[in-house]
Write a protein of this length. Structure first.
Lengths: 277, 416
């Protein structure tokens, strides 16, 4: 392929460039995102003890622990469906969220070699980092299907909205991941704080318990956590539990705020990534 | 038609307080400290890696960028590649740019060679289809067909480099920006790198090449740019720029001021190279004689004073080390001004050399300047670039089986 310089336009690099993300460029580089995600998936499974089975074993182990602790010992209500099913749905959603956020936060630092040596739209790094979790989520959905059959819980029409909830979860995870990822480049101790943050976040998200046990006076505040709305909605779509109701709008607003500010922060910080990493 | 335009580009890095990787805790406490009015010395040490650099590269041109370590060459490449942003100024490129700042970027040890080729290819900007098309070529070029489905962590470093380079070599960019990739790998690998870049040049691609290997730069690039401390020191035809660069590689201490030893006994004024008639030059043909002249003064009597001249190749091989001590006929331990001259027959191979000067006694070193002077011996290496000396030693070849006349085959006449 002969060089085709005469057909091209000038591409500039200067400190004045506005930092709106170039979606055209992101789309042109989409293969890179899939390759990076594939790389992470392959590496994980080559190193995993049980290989692919791990994707199913992990959530199931979580379900066992939750059922024993929250279902039996603490006797948490479960919105009308058997607790193990309740827990599995929560665990599946939470697994994706916590892993996604942690990976996204690390995505730039762990790819620092790429950031400093190759040009690519940096936004692809966190985007690629939240993709491998979808595979695990898929396996979890299969397990959920099995559980639905076992407990003879019939999904309602709401199951049609499942893709929407998935999309909203992904966007929320990306938004938070962008914030943490950008901060992590400049302030390396964020990485250590993330584990703690995620742990605390777990407790304010309706994973092991339903949001219906949150006192009505606090509920609006509770749903500012975007994952509160998403997890409840996810559970509603799959198993017909009451779901978040109108409160989902609060969660949606949080999500929108996070993703927009996350992208803005990222794009602003992007200019210094290669210098600072 | 220009392919690259750099317009008054400067790049500043901040040192000191704003160090990367500091903790959030520190950032918060320092901001709080500012609020409280802590009169903390804002040590914003800054380093200007590039200062108002302006240059252009025409379409299809091959330009070499030379300079010492830390001069700003890599920063310039990073700016051309859009990896980092200039602090001021604009850099423009036209066409697809591929940067080879490192070979094997993105390679993951757990993945197989095949998987890594795809990954690395996509990272460098190829589409999956491009890679499918050229996959077999790339693997053959690297010579790792048998191992292509083995994890890369099992490869020898040579195989790794060849594969990584092979992917990069099969890119089809409009502009190739290459940083010192010749520094890694064995001689064969380096030869391949260079070959590939020559091919790229023939195909009409624009090449910007940073290297310390001045021979490679001379071979490949018609134009060169010398960057010194962030600024362009010279620009133009490669030979001339390389010349200026080499002559500029003079240790500051000797170039400007004289050096006095700590005891105050001797002073080294100057080291220079002169031709047989006594005029200085720094561009000599290897077939000519030359001398190294050292001017020094003795302030206090020094019994047993010696002067040494040692010469290293660019790669650090010491080829000459000649010393002289006053235990011989003259006794310059008397105070005064002196000139010491060391005459060289044309025995050194062509290439670049660095002259070091030593002054001292048997027991003590007074002055030692390992990089007092650099010079280049021009000329054909005769396809034998690695040899250090060209001696033209006599051959004697005799036939040893039985032959009626028992003649001796006469040796070659002196041939370097």
């Amino acid at each position: 392929m002969r060089p085709s310089t005469h057909a091209s336009e000038w591409i500039e690099n200067s400190p004045d460039r506005t930092h709106r993300p170039d979606f055209g460029e992101l789309w042109r580089h989409r293969e890179l995102a899939t390759f990076l995600a594939l790389r992470d998936i392959k590496v994980r499974y080559k190193q995993a003890v049980f290989g692919v089975a791990w994707a199913v074993l992990q959530p199931l182990a979580g379900v066992v622990v939750f059922t024993v602790v929250f279902g039996r010992l603490v006797n948490v209500p479960s919105d009308g469906i058997p607790y193990p099913l309740f827990a599995l749905i929560g665990v599946a959603a939470w697994s994706y969220t916590s892993n996604g956020v942690a990976r996204a936060a690390e995505s730039l630092v762990s790819n620092s070699a790429l950031v400093t040596k190759v040009y690519f739209p940096r936004l692809l790094a966190p985007v690629a980092s939240i993709l491998p979790g979808l595979l695990d989520l898929l396996f979890s959905l299969l397990a959920i299907g099995v559980f639905l059959a076992i407990y003879q819980v019939r999904p309602t029409w709401a199951i049609v909205t499942l893709p929407l909830w998935l999309l909203m979860m992904i966007v929320s995870v990306l938004g938070i991941g962008l914030w943490l990822g950008t901060l992590n480049v400049s302030y390396r101790d964020i990485g250590q704080a993330i584990a703690l943050l995620i742990q605390m976040w777990f407790f304010i998200t309706p994973v092991a318990y339903p949001s219906s046990i949150v006192p009505p006076a606090w509920r609006a505040f509770y749903f500012v956590n975007p994952m509160a709305g998403m997890v409840e909605g996810f559970r509603w779509a799959l198993a017909g539990t009451p779901g978040p109701g109108a409160y989902v709008l609060i969660s949606l607003s949080s999500m929108a705020l996070l993703i927009v500010s996350g992208i803005a922060l990222f794009q602003r910080g992007e200019r210094r990534f290669a210098d600072v990493i | 038609m220009n392919a690259v335009e750099v317009d008054q580009v400067s790049k500043r890095y901040l040192l000191g307080e704003d160090q990367p990787g500091r903790s959030l805790r520190e950032a918060i406490t320092s901001s709080l400290g500012d609020l409280v009015g802590n009169r903390r010395r804002r040590t914003r040490d800054e380093i200007w890696s590039l200062r108002d650099v302006t240059l252009t590269v025409g379409e299809g041109e091959a330009v070499g960028v030379i300079g010492r370590n830390g001069a700003g060459k890599s920063t310039l490449l990073k700016i051309l590649s859009r990896i980092t942003e200039p602090t001021s100024g604009v850099s423009r490129t036209r066409g697809r740019v591929t940067s080879l700042l490192e070979v094997g970027t993105g390679f993951h040890p757990e993945l197989t060679g095949r998987e890594n080729v795809y990954l690395n290819g996509v990272i460098l900007g190829m589409t999956r289809r491009d890679i499918d098309r050229r996959f077999d070529e790339m693997v053959t070029f690297a010579g790792v067909e048998r191992f292509i489905d083995t994890p890369v962590k099992r490869y020898s470093s040579g195989m790794y480099l060849r594969l990584a380079f092979s992917v990069a070599a099969h890119l089809e960019p409009d502009i190739m920006v290459v940083d010192e990739v010749l520094a890694v790998g064995d001689a064969e690998f380096q030869a391949r790198c260079l070959g590939r870049m020559e091919t790229a040049e023939r195909e009409g691609r624009t090449v910007v090449f940073v290297s310390h290997n001045l021979d490679a730069i001379s071979r490949l690039c018609s134009r060169a740019i010398w960057i010194e401390q962030g600024k362009i020191a010279a620009e133009g035809a490669t030979n001339e720029v390389v010349e200026s660069y080499l002559s500029g590689q003079v240790d500051r201490a000797v170039a400007g001021a004289s050096i006095t030893d700590p005891h105050g006994s001797v002073v080294l004024h100057e080291v220079r190279i002169i031709d047989p008639s006594g005029s200085p030059f720094s561009f000599i043909d290897r077939a000519e004689r030359f001398s190294v002249e050292t001017r020094f003064s003795i302030l206090h009597p020094v019994p047993g004073l010696g002067v040494g001249i040692y010469i290293n190749t660019r790669k650090g091989v010491e080829v000459v080390n000649e010393g002289w001590f006053d235990t011989e006929r003259q006794r310059p331990s008397d105070p005064g001004q002196y000139v010491a001259r060391l005459d060289f027959p044309p025995v050194l191979n062509s290439g670049e050399y660095i002259v070091g000067v030593w002054m001292g006694t048997m027991y003590e070193t007074f002055i030692d300047v390992p990089t007092a002077l650099a010079f280049r011996l021009a000329g054909d290496t005769d396809d034998r670039p690695k040899r250090a000396v060209v001696l033209g030693l006599p051959w004697t070849v005799t036939r040893i089986d039985s032959r009626s006349d028992g003649n001796v085959v006469s040796p070659d006449s002196e041939e370097p």
